[in-house]
Design a protein around this ligand. Structure first.
Ligand SMILES: [Zn+2]
Length: 213
């Protein structure tokens, strides 16, 4: 039988590249698995949105009143500039953490009044000032959107001509940045910039040099 003389069919061997790809897939799988496990452990502190609204008013409104306006970097007394934004809010309404994080400071300051400072991932901190009430302790972990206090008029927001508002500061590596950069959408009253300019001096007059508002 002629076919018996044929050499046996050699088993197909995998080319070296194929075997390399197999190992690559293995390591990639291990890496993905590890990543997913890490993500699962971190789940309670994952920020699903870039920033949650710190007060419940909708839309978020920048403060404008007889004493000034609450935009980021507007001039304040003592050649200072506003280090945060002022968001108009109902007295004693909830103040919420804009991101998950840890409470690093709770205190009373001449300018800020009662305030809270949170530490977040990415060298970010957020500060909430003029509060009536603080409902978290230093060291506590907070979730994004969690109530941490109540809107007040403490510190240099006490004037009856200043509307109730939250002073929100966001610090990146210790330097104040515009909180709206985190994705907070704020609205201002129509024609407010002319109004704000006309009242700039009032805004400066309303503040002491302690740097709170
Ligand atoms: Zn302010």
């Amino acid at each position: 039988m002629w076919h018996r003389d044929e050499p046996p069919v050699a088993p197909k061997t995998r080319p070296p590249t194929r075997s390399f790809a197999g190992r690559g897939t293995f390591w990639l799988g291990l890496l993905l698995g590890g990543g997913l496990t890490a993500a699962a452990f971190a789940l309670p502190y994952v920020n699903w949105r870039s920033a949650a609204a710190p007060v419940d008013e909708r839309p978020l409104m920048i403060r404008h009143d007889a004493k000034g306006d609450g935009h980021f970097q507007v001039p304040r007394s003592g050649h200072r500039h506003h280090r945060g934004i002022d968001l108009a809010a109902t007295l004693n309404s909830p103040v919420r953490a804009i991101r998950s994080g840890r409470v690093v400071l709770v205190g009373v300051h001449q300018g800020f009044g009662r305030f809270i400072e949170l530490e977040h991932r990415g060298s970010l901190r957020s500060l909430y000032a003029h509060l009536n009430e603080v409902s978290v302790d230093v060291g506590a972990h907070v979730r994004q959107g969690q109530i941490i206090g109540r809107v007040g008029k403490t510190g240099n927001a006490r004037s009856p001509l200043i509307i109730p508002h939250l002073h929100l500061e966001v610090l990146k590596n210790g330097e104040p940045i515009d909180p709206t950069l985190l994705g907070l959408t704020v609205q201002e009253r129509a024609g407010s910039s002319a109004y704000a300019k006309g009242h700039e001096q009032d805004a400066q007059d309303s503040e002491d040099a302690s740097g709170g508002e």
